[in-house]
Design a protein around this ligand. Structure first.
Ligand SMILES: [Zn+2]
Length: 177
């Protein structure tokens, strides 16, 4: 049985190589530098025309971390929502979040970073407990070995330099002095 299968494979394989190997193939060239594809861009577009949570980014650009709260059931969400996941109301308001919190968990990213962040590895990624919500964030100026769970951290706003024609911002955290 095995012998028969081996023979079949050999015959088929040999035949394929003979057929394809003798033909000229088209050449596909890749550019030396590949621009960041829009769909793989980690940061979403932030204008009113491109996202329904543009107010979050407007507030962040002004230095304020905010999120949505449902005025119907009082549920606080993070990330900000356009419809309350608890009661499905769209009566939401933006409220301020604290800019200081505690490190709830952390790890180091050594490989597999999102496109555009490859040059930053290794970097520390943490879950920050702000009290009302927990969120994951890039930790700047932080060495894994120097950190402990419970360490105080504070929010900072960074500008995103990228392939879109409008200003973009995002939040990161860093250890408090
Ligand atoms: Zn609700």
């Amino acid at each position: 049985m095995n012998e028969h299968n081996d023979e079949t494979t050999k015959e088929t394989g040999g035949s394929d190589i003979a057929t394809d190997g003798g033909t000229d193939r088209d050449v596909v060239e890749l550019p030396d530098q590949v621009e960041l594809p829009r769909m793989l861009d980690f940061y979403e577009l932030q204008t009113e025309e491109t996202t329904q949570i543009s107010e979050f980014y407007d507030n962040l650009a002004d230095g304020q971390l905010t999120t949505t709260r449902c005025t119907e059931c009082d549920e606080l969400h993070f990330p900000p929502r356009i419809v309350c996941p608890e009661c499905h109301s769209d009566e939401l308001e933006y409220v301020d979040l604290p800019h200081e919190g505690e490190l709830f968990a952390f790890s180091t990213v050594r490989a597999g970073a999102p496109m555009g962040m490859e040059d930053e590895v290794p970097f520390v990624l943490g879950i920050v407990d702000l009290g009302p919500v927990k969120l994951s964030a890039h930790l700047d100026d932080a060495e894994y070995d120097d950190l402990e769970i419970g360490d105080p951290v504070e929010m900072k706003v960074v500008e995103i330099d990228g392939p879109v024609d409008h200003e973009r911002v995002f939040y990161r955290f860093e250890p408090q002095e």
